[in-house]
Design a protein around this ligand. Structure first.
Ligand SMILES: Cc1cc2nc3c(=O)[nH]c(=O)nc-3n(C[C@H](O)[C@H](O)[C@H](O)COP(=O)(O)OP(=O)(O)OC[C@H]3O[C@@H](n4cnc5c(N)ncnc54)[C@H](O)[C@@H]3O)c2cc1C
Length: 376
């Protein structure tokens, strides 16, 4: 679909639909957080348009939990995490009237190689993170395999984000505050008029003074030049039972963690057991051939997940309890784009995934809303 075209002066004036204050395209975490920030900024006539239903499992925002951390390989992400932890999440929790994070230590570690940049950037940015010798990491977190010669960071800012509760809480808050949530309404066309952005869903045209396009991996379809090239990569996640007391598998005894080693399959991560689902484990797959976006999603490969579990857990693995698939929209250098689309400052493009965007949801939403308000 070509980029949205401005409507020409000679266009016959069709009976124009009413002008909304704002449109948000996509109800993943970035769309919902943008709508939240726009509503908090005082806009009232806001419509969120989503191609699927609430909590659908085809994008990048479903699933029980996510990691938040300060440990990063670039100072700008350490800084962004600082804002998310100090302001973004506390504001969202206050508005939703509940905690959305379970505090637990973060353990980030790896052999010499790409992990060196994490150590330098994180400690260099003064985050509340400390180096931890491999032996101390093993003693503190005996369920995890940490090899001699690996460096480790103990991240005191980390937590397990309750992703499903965050998404459900945002949907409820938006509905309670008069924001229209339109499900099963795929936007098939976008255009820009003098004073509005127009999204066509089915036969209906929705017009708004500004719009945020937070369409995840689908962004390039509606906004070809609105953002970076995105590669959709499906991920496989497993939930495991291991040979250890239940309490040792839960926060705060069990950390959120990532092992960052060289190679395409060098980045693995996991989270504590939450709600008896088992220990969450996955590879952070950032390279590979693009996956088809609208195809039936094949199930995860249980053998591959179990192999990874045997490598990463230092105790016997009793079994794979469940697995799920989820979608990354990989951008070059895993960087984020939150910017006005070239066609109009009223239309803000959001591409903030690359497998690490959830923790920044409240910050991404605030930035997108501010840009939309400035551009309308
Ligand atoms: C397995 C996995 C683990 C992850 N772990 C972490 C973690 O620990 N920490 C972290 O910070 N991040 C993590 N992430 C990344 C994070 O979850 C994503 O970056 C984030 O959820 C992306 O949100 P989004 O709103 O940009 O995209 P999405 O959630 O994909 O939302 C885009 C929405 O747009 C809708 N849409 C598309 N086209 C149209 C259309 N034409 N009309 C209307 N709607 C449309 C889609 O249906 C979708 O709902 C993980 C991601 C995955 C997949």
């Amino acid at each position: 679909m070509p980029s949205p075209a401005p409507s020409g002066p000679h266009e016959p004036v069709r009976s124009r639909p009413p002008l909304l204050d704002a449109l948000v395209l996509g109800a993943g975490v970035h769309g919902l957080c943008s709508a939240f920030a726009l509503r908090r900024a005082g806009l009232r006539r806001i419509t969120v348009v989503e191609a699927h239903g609430p909590g659908h499992e085809l994008g990048g925002s479903h699933g029980r939990t996510r990691i938040t951390r300060s440990s990063y390989d670039r100072p700008r992400f350490v800084q962004m995490a600082r804002e998310a932890h100090a302001r973004g999440w506390p504001e969202l929790e206050a508005a939703l009237g509940r905690s959305l994070r379970i505090r637990t230590p973060g353990l980030f570690f790896g052999p010499p190689g790409p992990f060196d940049a994490y150590v330098a950037a994180t400690l260099g940015a003064g985050a509340d993170v400390e180096p931890l010798p491999a032996a101390a990491a093993r003693a503190r977190f005996p369920l995890l395999a940490v090899d001699d010669g690996e460096q480790a960071l103990l991240d005191h800012t980390a937590a397990m984000v309750l992703a499903a509760e965050t998404m459900a809480g945002l949907r409820a808050w938006l509905a309670e505050h008069g924001v229209e949530l339109r499900w099963q309404s795929p936007v098939r066309h976008l255009e820009v008029e003098d004073d509005a952005v127009v999204a066509t869903c089915g036969d209906e045209r929705l017009r708004a003074r500004c719009a945020v396009a937070a369409l995840g991996a689908w962004l390039p379809r509606l906004l070809a030049d609105g953002g970076p090239p995105l590669v959709p990569l499906r991920q496989s996640v497993g939930y495991f039972a291991v040979d250890a007391p239940a309490a040792q598998c839960r926060a705060p005894a069990f950390p959120v963690w990532a092992r960052i080693a060289p190679g395409d399959d060098g980045f693995s991560y996991g989270l504590p057991d939450h709600a008896d689902a088992g220990l969450k484990l996955a590879l952070h797959r950032t390279v590979g051939r693009a996956d088809a976006l609208d195809a039936t999603v094949p199930p995860a490969d249980p053998q591959a997940l179990s192999r990874l579990a045997r490598e990463r857990f230092a105790v016997p693995v009793r079994g794979l309890r469940a697995s799920e698939r989820c979608l990354y929209a990989m951008a070059p250098e895993h960087e984020f784009t939150i910017a006005p689309a070239p066609v109009s400052p009223r239309l803000i493009a959001v591409a903030a995934c690359s497998g690490h965007g959830f923790k920044f949801g409240p910050v991404v939403g605030r930035i997108a809303a501010e840009l939309a308000l400035a551009g309308r």
